[in-house]
Structures are given as structure tokens and as C-alpha cells.
Design a protein around this ligand. Sequence first.
Ligand SMILES: *Cc1c(COP(=O)(O)O)cnc(C)c1O
Length: 392
Amino acid sequence: MSTTIGPVTYHYRCHECGREYEITPDRMRCDTCVKKQEKERPLRGLLEVVLALEPEALPPDWEPIDLLPVEREWFPSIPVGNTPLWEPARLREEYGFPLLYLKDDGLNPTGSLKDRASWLVSAFARKHGIRRIVVASTGNAGSSMAGVGAAAGLEVRLYLPASAPPAKIAQSLQYGADLQKVEGTYDEAFALSLEYLEHHEGLSRNTGFNPLTIEGKKTVSLEIFRQLGGVVPDYVFVSTGDGVIISGVYRGFEDLVTLGFARKVPQIICVQAEGSAAIARAMELGAFGPPVRSTTLADSISVDVPAGGAFALGRLKRHGGIALTVSDDEILRAQRTLAAGSGCFAEPASATAFAGFLRHRQEIPPESRVVVLLTGNGLKDIAAAMRVSGEQ
Ligand SMILES: *Cc1c(COP(=O)(O)O)cnc(C)c1O
């Protein structure tokens, strides 16, 4: 029932009912819980990868790739991850946080954290002889899959809203993806991509839907832990739309606890744009309500119904995480403050995490280890940045 790689075994487990499944290409969600799916609500029956091993079986120089459920040889040769952890001296001094860090995932090959998931999904597809990947995206997941898929020699069919930032469309085309522009929202693109897969062969990389998207993103937490010298930070700020990155961040720290390397999971702060705040609302109300049409200039976190929302909400509740919202205006100011104060230029969705830090910092002891996770490069979406800088 499980996949064994070196000293580690892996299987899927439903995050709702705990039922276990083998990790196979046609397995996306839990058979039982998927039946409870309601319209216009986050996906039910999402699966998480569970690993088991004797920690002493892991070599002392283990790397995050050693805790992923596909053998090393299948990963495409594109340098995903190992992004720098900045120690921004001027911001540290300005805000009085000597242990403030920026994890700069905008320095991934296609410019966003999404590469971590695309990398694992590509490896999995190659291992199973799958040639085509299908994905719907607001922009980054698609351009990431296109780029990492190019390195892997996979065919990538991409559903993007026609309103996606031009840089993300240009990237996808350069990487050679088969681009389907959708005159509609991301949620509509998501539905179209699944419809295509009902009649054609291929593997879905839809974020949240494919369990390996959560699993791939956990490597960011494993890296942070190692970069801090084997210490878990006290706080991690994560900008959130669909809730998959934050779920992956939790999974990484949970693995470290399971393996006995760490004793606690950090307090994670889910930061959403006011105009796209389904998870923050659900934290307040205890459950997800009817969708609200999203309006935020931070396109990468603009979603009506967060695909990974149920998983993320469960983790936030279990580990005492909190959610907060910031206005578009705060996001743009944070983007500018971050760039001018550190030299790190982040796209609006990414700067949202920093806006969350600016908003919440009074609630945090200044000696805390604080990591702001920066998820996407500023050059991916320059329209808003140009406006704020007084240019058109
Ligand atoms: C995808 C993305 C996010 C949000 O991730 P979710 O899994 O949708 O919550 C944040 N920032 C950037 C730059 C992204 O591309």
C-alpha cells in the first residue's frame, strides 16, 4: 500500500476522515469525503502525504528532496528551491526585530514558490510515464508548470484567465506551453481544466486538487529549518489565496516534529487581501460560507472559493495559527517599503505577507525569530508597482 524510497515509506491519508490510500497517478481525493462536496465550497477529501521512517535511518546530511515521495532520479534538472534566507539589516533595525528573515522564493527558476510543487509533480509524471500535465492558474502555477515542465520534457496544457499579468503569459508561451486563455475567472479556468481531463489523458496539477502540490511546497519549511541551523522559527507570515502554500508550510514543520527534529510548529500567520479573504472569514465564523467575488490587485491570491481552504483552516485551528487581512493600499505600501528597505522586489501577492508583518508586529515579542515568506518575484507583475511609483 505504500511507496518505499530508501529508508522512508509514504502513503496518502484523507485529512478529514483519515482513510489511507496508495500514492498513484489516478488518486486525487478521498472516495468517501468527496461525496460530501458542496457547490461553491473548498474541495472536500483532500489527501496529505504521510511519511514514516526511523529518523536515525536518515543520513545526517539529508536534504529536503529525501523527504519527497518520488526517487531523486525522476526530478527534472532545473534548480528549484534552495532559495536564500535574507537577513535584512535595514529592516531589522527599522522595526526593531534583530531576528527578522525574508525567505525569498521569488528567486526560483520561474520566479515563484509554485516551482516546488511543479518540480514534484513533474518527477511523479515522469516516474509513471505520463506525458501531459494540465493546470488552471491565476498565472504563477501555470508559468511555473510550463517552465519546470519544459525542463522535464513534458507537454503542459494551461488554462489562464485572459486578465493574467502579461509577464506570466509571456513566460508560459516562451516555455512552450499550450495556452488556453479563459474569458473568465480563475475559478472558471479551474472547472475547464478538469472538464478537459474527463476526456483526455494527462495529470492535473491543479493547486490543492493534486495532493502533491501541498507536498511539494513543504520543502520551503524544511529549508528554513536547516538555514536557521536546525531551529524552528517562532512566526512565519504566509500570503494566502487558495490555502495550498500555507498547508504545505504546515506539512513541512509537521514532518520535522514527526521525525523528532523539532518540538513545535511555528505560529503561522495567514495573510489575505481584504478583497479575497475566504479563509480569514472562515477562521472568524468557524466554517466556510457562500463565496464572495474577489477583488484585489494581488492577482496571485485572488480567489472566490479557495481550493485548499478546508485543509488550511483545519491546520490553522489545530496549531493555533491566526489569519488577518490587509487592504490593497497596505499591500502596495508594503511592497515599496520592502523593496526600498531591503533590495527585495516582490510581486503584490508576495508583499502581502510583509504587509501582514507590518500590521501584526506590535503583537510579537521583538526578540522572536520571524520569517516572512516571499512567494513571487516583483518583475512578474509590474503594473501596480509602476502606478505607485508615479509612472503609468
Ligand atoms: C500562489 C501564490 C500565493 C498563494 O498561494 P495559495 O496556495 O493560493 O494560498 C501567494 N503568492 C504568490 C506569489 C503565489 O503565486
